[in-house]
Design a protein. Structure first.
Length: 93
């Protein structure tokens, strides 16, 4: 995972990509904060561009910690098999 960060004061912003299946079902995924690796829980039903706030995981300046904001980027497949299309049609009824 090639994670990028943007700073906004003491706060840090980043994004993670999840499959649409993981967004629907929910999942756990590794995430690197500035100081450690954690496991981020993506709740079931997560919508594209949801922003999750991880308190006190941003920068520490003068003893005050900022937050880490993680934007969830849901990846939608661009190619589906006929079987996958059929399953989606059945699910949509």
């Amino acid at each position: 995972m090639n994670q990028q960060y943007k700073r906004d004061g003491n706060n840090i912003h980043t994004s993670v990509k999840v499959s649409f299946v993981d967004a629907i079902k929910g999942c756990k995924m590794p995430l690197k904060t500035l100081t450690k690796s954690i496991v981020l829980t993506i709740p079931s039903g997560t919508q594209p561009d949801t922003i999750m706030r991880l308190k006190n995981q941003g920068l520490s300046v003068n003893g005050k910690f900022g937050d880490l904001f993680v934007t969830i980027k849901v990846q939608i497949p661009t190619v589906l098999t006929e079987k996958q299309k059929q399953l989606l049609d059945e699910w949509d009824k």
